[in-house]
Design a binder for this molecule. Structure first.
Ligand code: MOS
Length: 756
């Protein structure tokens, strides 16, 4: 689908030493295809036992009895961990020691806070024995009525949303803007609870050795995990060794340590043997986070000239009864469209569910489906083409702050994707197009946006006496390709070919690489690598230029460049010396240096930093059955420097697929009577399969951004989802003339409308 990507390594680039920008295949690909990539649950230390969690079948109340004796009698069962029989923790698991310490259920009491919560853990010689033992516990409960859904009236304004954003933001006078408008759109959109559903379940293999702890567990943030586990067990974080070389998806749900991992470590402590604990699919619907349901009200005012006069975006979200994560759904309206007045606000409600958490584009995914639908409604109300309307209201500066953008190639994204899609042939009115088979055809679009974030990360660069190099960083490959993209940056940073650099990541004994999240990992760790490489090259240059036996003597650090294992004088390229020769003369086996990557606060206060994109979708709707098929999608994205076009394309495909999934497939259904999730499995929680996914075209638009960071990286992990759900929803409207504002869009809502 993307002929513009050259899938071989371009020798011309390599001659100039650039691995950055090459569409290399992922270095872990062959390992994964051959089943040789060792995921956490593949580990099996000697003497290991299996732990299985018994979960609550009620959403609120108390466990009044467990038949522990029956479970213990089962052959192979070694122990049963319960609130009254468990190792003591050094810290209250309900203490909010920092914003990243989510409260968790680790058998601290007999209270049940949501369905699927752990109420006991059975430890046995085999998985089968532990599973059977857990089934024999026959819990009894005191049941309290479960609080479910968005309708309870005890709502409140959350203290903050996301990771510390204000819950309400006003810019200009939204009331005045709405009053002055010649067209006003007011609409309410609902999005359902969604679960991350990484294919690799959350898992841990834990082994204690005195007060040292060795664990295999998929993690998007190993140092955060070390700190959390160290606090709970009263040991120094440095005593904890985490291996997380491969993740079978995370999407945010593996960003923080969750209760099941702590239970696995507790179980190992209780029995004095290594323990493996793997969640079953349905057990992932509760303790490891989810995207909460939202109800969002959009009010949009448009003047007679088609220019926005105000955007008001209010989002009601749920959180758990015992913790505080608030999906920042309305915040997406701060940065996308030019308008003199913006008002965003959030309202929250406590329900008997697990605590929601970041899930791929938290806030932007939910918020943009509502905003992009409302913008589409506004454009139609004004009789303006949706793309023309977006261009008319194109933000030249960040609307809510007035800051200039560090870079913004959204116009090119609109133009390129629209052209590829054939948008100019789109009739303005809905229900105008049919294909040969009589299906209704609709075309819709959405704008994609995601902030260009950076966290804090470190790397250590090494050059060895044989002229090869190493780069070490505790980075996380959650399937996005960090192991490949960061190795490419490493090679360039060291002036070596990829094959000459030993790239090490994925374990907690390496330099802290922060968290793989917020689409910020490549930017953060990539810049740490870039800086570490520059620092080690500077050291090497110092050795050479201060030694009168070197051809580089007297050149000074600034006058030297590193290329293909040699330092060259910048002013006289022929005068050069190999890394190996420099180290040999200095009598050094290796030389190393560290570097870190983090956002530049000065640049951040001066500029608004976002990646952008435009997504166009075609759907076909069966006029008799209401069945919707997405038949093609085109997305163009501008996200700063692209390190590896092949991996970026995969990320954007994944995001766009998730966007269509948001529009048409995904929903966790909670039973209003019991508070239990009815479809906690991949058979009934619908995600698109290959047959659902149409041909997709991904275009990346070049963007040189000197402000975001030295490498100019903005990140692509999450943006793909943001415009896509709206584009599909708008296409469904365009096909049918029916505006469905409750997601996912269901056949029954279309079929009734279509027969009218
Ligand atoms: Mo992502 S939701 O920051 O893993």
């Amino acid at each position: 689908m993307t002929p513009e990507i050259n899938l071989t390594r371009d020798p011309a680039h390599l001659r100039h030493g650039s691995n950055i920008g090459q569409p290399l295949t992922r270095r872990d690909g062959v390992l994964k295809v051959k089943g040789e990539a060792r995921y956490a649950a593949d580990n099996h230390p000697p003497g290991m036992l299996y732990a299985v969690i018994a979960t609550a079948s009620i959403a609120r109340g108390r466990v009044t009895s467990l038949d522990v004796a029956a479970a213990r009698r089962h052959p192979g069962v070694v122990d049963v961990m319960t609130p009254s029989h468990k190792p003591q923790l050094a810290e209250d698991p309900d203490a909010k020691t920092n914003p990243f310490a989510f409260r968790m259920e680790v058998l601290q009491s007999d209270e049940v806070r949501y369905a699927n919560q752990a109420i006991a853990v059975v430890i046995a010689e085999t998985l089968e024995a532990a599973t059977e033992g857990a089934a024999l516990l026959s819990p009894r409960y005191d049941v309290a009525p479960a609080r479910v859904g968005l309708d309870a009236d005890e709502s409140y304004t959350p203290p903050v949303v996301g990771l510390g954003n204000p819950a309400e933001v006003h810019h200009g006078d939204a009331d005045a803007g709405l009053a002055a408008a010649s067209q006003r759109i007011e609409a309410i959109y609902e999005t359902p609870a969604q679960y991350h559903n990484a294919i690799e379940p959350h898992a841990i293999v834990a082994a204690w050795n005195g007060d040292r702890l060795s664990i295999d567990t998929p993690s998007q943030g190993m140092v955060l995990a070390q700190m959390r586990i160290g606090g709970l067990f009263g040991i120094p974080p440095g005593n904890i060794h985490i291996r997380s070389p491969f993740l079978g998806g995370g999407f945010g749900s593996k960003g923080l340590v969750a209760g099941p991992q702590i239970l696995g470590i507790m179980a190992a402590k209780l029995v004095g043997r290594p323990v493996k604990l793997v969640l079953r699919r349905e057990q992932m619907y509760g303790p490891v986070g989810h995207r909460p349901p939202t109800r969002q009200r959009l009010r949009i005012g448009v003047g007679s000239d088609g220019a926005l006069t105000a955007i008001e975006h209010h989002a009601k979200v749920t959180t758990s009864s015992f913790d505080d994560f608030y999906e920042p759904a309305a915040d997406v309206s701060h940065a996308l469209y030019a308008t003199p007045a913006i008002k965003t606000s959030h309202e929250a409600l406590r329900v008997d569910s697990g605590t929601p958490l970041f899930m791929r584009a938290p806030g932007e995914a939910t918020g943009s489906v509502a905003l992009e639908s409302a913008i589409d409604e506004a454009a139609f109300a004004c009789g303006i083409d949706p793309l023309a309307f977006r261009l008319k209201n194109y933000a030249e500066v960040e609307p809510a702050t007035g800051r200039p953008f560090s870079s913004k190639a959204l116009r090119e994204c609109y133009a390129k994707a629209a052209e590829r899609f054939g948008w100019s042939r789109r009739p303005l009115a809905p229900r105008q197009m049919r294909d040969d088979a009589g299906f209704l055809v609709g075309w819709g679009m959405g704008t994609a946006i995601f902030p260009a974030l950076m966290f804090q990360g470190n790397a250590r660069a090494v050059i060895r006496a044989d002229g090869t190099g190493a780069m070490e960083t505790g980075a996380h490959d959650m399937g996005q390709g960090a192991w490949t993209a960061l190795a490419q940056i490493s090679a360039d940073a060291l002036g070596l070919d990829l094959e000459q650099v030993a790239f090490k990541s994925g374990t907690s004994d390496l330099p802290d690489a922060g968290i793989a999240g917020g689409s910020a990992h490549t930017a953060t760790v990539g810049n740490a690598i870039h800086n570490a490489g520059a620092a080690v090259i500077a050291k090497l240059a110092g050795l050479a230029t201060s030694d009168d036996r070197s051809p580089l003597f007297g050149a000074g650090n600034a006058g030297v460049i590193a290329r293909q294992g040699r330092l060259h004088r910048r002013d006289d390229d022929v005068r050069s010396e190999s890394y190996a020769d420099i180290l040999a003369r200095a009598g050094l086996a290796e030389i190393d240096a560290s570097g870190s990557g983090a956002a530049d606060p000065a640049a951040q206060s001066q500029y608004a930093m976002h990646a952008h994109g435009a997504v166009f979708a075609e759907v076909k709707v069966d006029p008799n059955l209401g069945q919707v098929r997405v038949t093609r999608m085109v997305g163009a994205f501008a996200a700063g420097r692209i390190i590896n076009p092949r991996l970026v394309q995969s990320q954007l495909y994944g995001g766009m697929i998730w966007g269509m999934s948001f529009a048409l497939h995904e929903e966790a259904v909670t039973d209003r009577r019991s508070g239990r999730i009815l479809n906690a499995n991949l058979a009934e929680y619908h995600v698109p399969v290959n047959a659902d996914v149409p041909p997709m075209d991904v275009i990346t638009v070049d963007e040189h951004d000197p402000h975001v960071n030295a490498l100019g990286i903005k990140g692509v992990g999450e943006i793909g989802i943001t415009g896509s759900a709206g584009a599909v929803a708008n296409a469904v409207w365009h096909a049918t003339g029916i505006r469905v504002r409750r997601f996912p869009i269901r056949i029954e809502e279309l079929v009734t409308g279509l027969s009218d």
